[in-house]
Ligand binder design. Structure first.
Ligand code: TK8
Length: 339
């Protein structure tokens, strides 16, 4: 009898421990951060997200954990931005261009031919101008941690090789949901159609649009070469990505937790730029091997395109404010003089 009682007690004790176990596990459950992005897992965006995730885990001693969700599975950029503002999602990385409706200063980065080298991009984005534009997000419910490189954008299409300005005439060209891009491509004679990135491949495949513009990396990782024949090296604008945190979530973090995200973001940024540039430097060869017909623009045609786009600049200056515009120009002069 005694033994039975003892056995029963032991069983009860065991059951108690077992039922306590999940509670304990919950106590040390890492803070889960949903981090959304638009490109494929196997892209420069996906690779850098992995580096960010690994570093968040490491720097927090396992207390903060990222759940990375790529392929726009949480929705296109604009939808994720709203989820961050509302506090339904913690983090994302996406184009600055899709943020303009929320924070008008972001339009600065849409200025055609503003930045002409990677060195200039890093100096401008990581310097006082980049900081100022980033800081403007806070009043809108977002915290911008760092800029990643999306890259210099180039035009692809399925109609014809674009060797001169007139070749763009009437080409149905998908642009990001952003007025500067819309106006730019209208000014160049294309029939510009704004669409979220998540709908782009299908739009190209079904021929709802003839072309698009994105950096080499994306043309490669998104397999646009499967549905696009011609690539024209236009380098018409340098596009950044920005790593964002929901301000609602950020405000609830401790100083240490914020420092973890900031540190990991800087590490991911440095990795991402290096990785993106390495991939971009070999992408043209790979795209050619995949069957794309690639052409450069003559210097004269490039100048014609630039001239046509200068009228867009006045609009950007008005949008972001003359003060920020002038500061940017002055900063670029300084950066260029440092060569
Ligand atoms: C990814 C997009 C993409 C951008 C575009 O979400 O939309 O063409 O270049 O990187 O933001």
């Amino acid at each position: 009898m005694k033994t039975l009682r003892r056995t029963l007690l032991a069983a009860v004790a065991l059951a108690l421990t077992a039922s306590l176990a999940p509670v304990q596990a919950q106590d040390i459950k890492p803070r889960l951060i949903r981090f959304g992005y638009g490109l494929a897992e196997d892209s420069n965006q996906g690779r850098a997200t992995k580096v960010f995730a690994d570093n968040v885990l490491k720097l927090s001693g396992g207390k903060m954990k990222l759940r990375a969700i790529g392929g726009a599975a949480l929705g296109p950029d604009t939808q994720m931005q709203q989820a961050l503002i509302g506090g339904a999602q913690e983090m994302m990385v996406g184009s600055t261009a899709t943020l303009v409706g929320i924070s008008k200063e972001m339009a600065l980065w849409d200025t055609p031919f503003l930045i002409s080298s990677a060195r200039e991009a890093d100096a401008l984005l990581d310097g006082p101008v980049g900081d100022k534009v980033r800081a403007k997000l806070e009043e809108k419910g977002l915290v911008g941690l760092v800029y990643w490189e999306n890259g210099f954008r180039n035009v692809t299409n399925n109609k014809r090789a674009v060797t001169k300005l007139e070749d763009l005439d009437g080409i149905k060209l998908r642009v990001m949901q952003n007025n500067v891009f819309l106006d730019s491509f209208k000014a160049l004679g294309a029939n510009a159609v704004p669409l979220p990135y998540s709908e782009l491949f299908t739009a190209l495949e079904t021929k709802a649009v003839d072309g698009q513009e994105n950096p080499y990396n994306t043309i490669l990782s998104a397999k646009f070469y499967e549905v696009q024949k011609y690539l024209t090296v236009t380098n018409h604008v340098y596009s950044p990505w920005i790593v964002l945190v929901s301000k609602k979530y950020w405000d609830g973090l401790s100083k240490d937790e914020r420092a973890v995200l900031q540190k990991a973001a800087v590490i991911s940024r440095d990795f991402e730029r290096q990785d993106t540039r390495a991939e971009a430097s070999r992408a043209l060869g790979e795209l050619k091997a995949k069957g794309m017909q690639i052409n450069e623009l003559s210097a004269a045609e490039s100048t014609r395109m630039r001239d046509r786009l200068t009228r867009v600049n006045a609009g950007v200056a008005a949008n972001v404010g003359m003060e920020l515009w002038s500061e940017t120009q002055a900063e670029l002069v300084k950066i260029r003089a440092k060569k």
